[in-house]
Ligand binder design. Structure first.
Ligand code: ADP
Length: 385
């Protein structure tokens, strides 16, 4: 096997981007968005279709500080998946092992229950080795728990590793560039730069053509499909905040899950991942809520979820919970909802003769790599164009 020539990277506008004069010819595939889905697709294409030349285009850096990827929980688990998706999840886990190595950490995942259910054991027994975790909750409210296999990782690292591996195998990468898809396999590019007054401005524009375009722009993808390609999809998006709980956690603390809320040990404390109840309506602008009349940065639905759990999880009722004064104080990101459903797996769709859409969404931690690989196999099989 010959070693592939590594791809090129244009990180900033100081590096001239002249694809029209490229001796290697134009690109076969343009992937818009280098979150974990777009990056995973780029890598999978180098494996399934090494003859195709791909350009990965990202509006921010790698990984982008704003996307859903950077704030995703990074918890692989079968706990909430129907049996039909377990094979795809296991495949994803193997792939995570290959890409992340030691950066993938096995840890217990406990679902907490008020009533006994199949597979549950006493919560006190399961948490006997984790007194700090036990102290977070009222064991009387959750006397039963079920342990599931889980692995945690940083999705931002995954996006970075996948993109870097793809580049080593020939994929080109264009950063700090906003891409807009158009019908007929055309994409316009705005190379962005920051002025000395911190404004983001367009430095130059380009137009590219390619037989195949993949929208992997996360929560933006369904809107882009509708606005720029005129294709209406079933997909939607929701704004998810991930508040911080400053209660200490140990290196091996289990992930806890109660009534849809996940407590993910991270950085010696916890990140809270609230449930997504529904899609956010078109035009919804996230706003903070009020707790006993005082403005907080947590959106109202999230606040209601946390207040509802304060008796059962007393740690939430302490000053450890970071409420913020405004929305900007609490990390949050728009998340794609495949099919408009919070529980739906990642998906890919054909939008028109040239364009595919690739969406991760809430289950991307457990199934995203599988879905990206499935699209790469479809493209490699010639069914992609
Ligand atoms: P996913 O989990 O599906 O990868 P993300 O939101 O993490 O979702 O990734 C989408 C990526 O697409 C982000 O890094 C975002 O910066 C990028 N992106 C969004 N819109 C555009 C655009 N118009 N052009 C280029 N990149 C974009």
């Amino acid at each position: 096997m010959t070693t592939p020539t590594p791809g090129r990277v244009w990180a900033h506008v100081g590096q001239p981007f002249t694809p029209g004069t490229d001796p290697q010819g134009p690109h076969d595939v343009l992937i818009l968005g280098a979150g974990r889905m777009g990056s995973a697709l780029a890598l999978a294409l180098t494996e399934h279709a090494p003859h195709l030349k791909t350009l990965l285009i990202e509006e921010g850096g790698l990984p982008n500080e704003d996307g859903a990827t950077i704030l995703a929980p990074g918890v692989w688990t079968l706990a909430h998946l129907p049996a039909a998706q377990h094979d795809a999840a296991r495949w994803t886990l193997n792939r995570l092992r290959t890409l992340l190595g030691d950066a993938l950490q096995a840890r217990p995942y406990l679902t907490l229950h008020a009533e006994p259910a199949p597979g549950t054991q006493p919560t006190r027994d399961l948490l006997a080795a984790h007194p700090q975790s036990l102290a977070l909750l009222d064991p009387g409210a959750f006397p039963h728990a079920r342990a599931h296999e889980a692995h945690t990782y940083r999705p931002g690292t995954l996006a970075q590793v996948a993109a870097q591996s793809a580049i080593r195998r020939g994929t080109d990468l264009l950063l700090n560039t906003r891409a807009t898809p158009h019908p007929g396999g055309r994409v316009t590019l705005e190379r962005l730069t920051v002025t000395n007054t911190h404004q983001i401005v367009t430095h130059e524009t380009h137009t590219l053509h390619a037989p195949l375009i993949v929208l992997a722009t996360g929560a933006h993808a369904p809107t882009q499909a509708e606005h720029h390609l005129g294709v209406h999809t079933r997909h939607a998006r929701a704004y998810r905040q991930t508040p911080h709980l400053a209660t200490p956690s140990t290196e091996d603390a289990p992930v806890l899950h109660a009534h849809g809320l996940t407590l993910r040990p991270q950085h010696g404390a916890y990140t809270l991942i609230p449930p997504i109840h529904h899609r956010d309506p078109h035009g919804y602008a996230p706003q903070g809520g009020h707790l006993t009349g005082v403005p907080t940065g947590l959106r109202r639905e999230t606040l209601e979820d946390l207040v509802g759990l304060m008796d059962a999880l007393p740690a939430l009722a302490t000053s450890d919970l970071h409420l913020g004064r405004s929305l900007a104080d609490i990390p949050g990101a728009w998340l794609a909802l495949p099919g408009g459903q919070p529980g739906a797996p990642p998906t890919h769709d054909r939008l028109d003769d040239h364009t595919h859409l690739l969406l991760g969404g809430p289950h991307a931690d457990t199934l995203g790599l599988w879905t990206a690989d499935a699209l790469a196999r479809e493209i490699a099989g010639g069914r992609g164009q």
